[in-house]
Design a binder for this molecule. Structure first.
Ligand code: SF4
Length: 293
């Protein structure tokens, strides 16, 4: 069947060949484990039950998880094993099941979520995405996903083309995020500060690109209001594989402070900022072709 799961619209038969995302018709998982490096409302005290999928439809040139983006790494999972993994993470005490880069595997994940919920999955399900999504694909998860963590990476099409091969990124992502809001609204937390439902938009401040961060924040305010939960991330870390300027250097404290000051000046009321010690810290967990869980 011709794949049009995401806006790349490759129209290829993934049973015969991989598309831009690197994914064939099988689901590959590179890591499933309790993860403690998400926002406090997601990781909580017991960890987020993350499932890292192999392959990516953005392939950002600065990605810390770049080893996963070609889609060939990780262990092949059936739908039933995926559902079992979700239940196992719940048994381990995870606050949620956190699907990282799920988009290319939409249909298998939808089936696995239905099976897992039938078999007793009750913790919230998190959809963790770069937001290069069609509205139709986001709709496929309606009633199955409780929390959306969408990136809004760029507003300037020149940046999104250069860094993520998608000049239409902003126009596509903002509509996908609007659909997420339609489904679940802004993020709400329980009495312990743990997220139970809703959307929180993430934005990673890039070196030399604070001008675009300001545009992204303007767009969030204009479309979703100042009550929109926002995570302003500082954790950009240059990787040796990326020599493109200005992504070949770390984010400076001055740049992050400038971005955060602008965010606050716009009046956002629910902002998660990262410790400045996050600058240069490696957040990449170990990946493997065998999932030991
Ligand atoms: S999911 Fe992969 S194969 Fe399908 S349209 Fe997107 S990039 Fe192409």
């Amino acid at each position: 069947m011709a794949c049009s799961i995401c806006p790349r619209n490759c129209k290829i038969d993934r049973a015969a060949a991989a598309g831009f995302c690197g994914c064939s018709s099988v689901v590959r998982v590179a890591r499933a484990a309790l993860h403690f490096d998400e926002e406090p409302c997601i990781s909580g005290t017991r960890g987020s039950g993350t499932i890292f999928f192999s392959g990516c439809n953005l392939k950002c040139i600065f990605c810390q998880n770049y080893v996963l983006t070609d889609g060939t790494h990780g262990e092949i999972f059936s739908v039933s094993r995926l559902a079992e993994m979700m239940l196992k993470l719940q048994d381990l005490g995870a606050h949620n099941v956190n699907l990282v880069t799920p988009t290319p595997h939409r249909d298998a994940i939808v089936d696995a979520l239905k099976a897992a919920k039938q078999d007793g999955l009750t913790i919230p399900v998190v959809y963790n995405t770069g937001s290069y999504e069609t509205v139709e694909t986001v709709r496929a998860f309606e009633g199955l996903v409780d929390i959306f963590l969408p990136d809004l990476k760029y507003r300037d099409p020149r940046l999104s083309l250069r860094f993520s091969h998608a000049s239409d990124y902003f126009d596509v992502a903002i509509e996908a995020i609007a659909e997420m809001f339609r489904q679940v609204g802004p993020m709400v937390t329980d009495g312990d500060g743990i997220a139970v439902k809703g959307v929180r938009i993430r934005h990673l401040v890039l070196p030399g690109c604070v001008f675009d961060t300001r545009s992204v924040l303007d767009a969030i305010r204009n479309r979703f209001g100042t009550d929109c939960p926002v995570s302003l991330m500082s954790q950009f870390t240059p990787i040796p594989e990326c020599t493109v300027k200005p992504l070949d250097r770390p984010l400076t404290r001055r740049e992050y402070d400038s971005a955060l000051d602008y965010c606050i000046s716009l009046g956002f009321t629910n902002v998660y900022s990262q410790e400045l010690s996050s600058v240069g810290r490696i957040f990449t967990p170990p990946f493997s072709d065998h999932v030991n869980l």
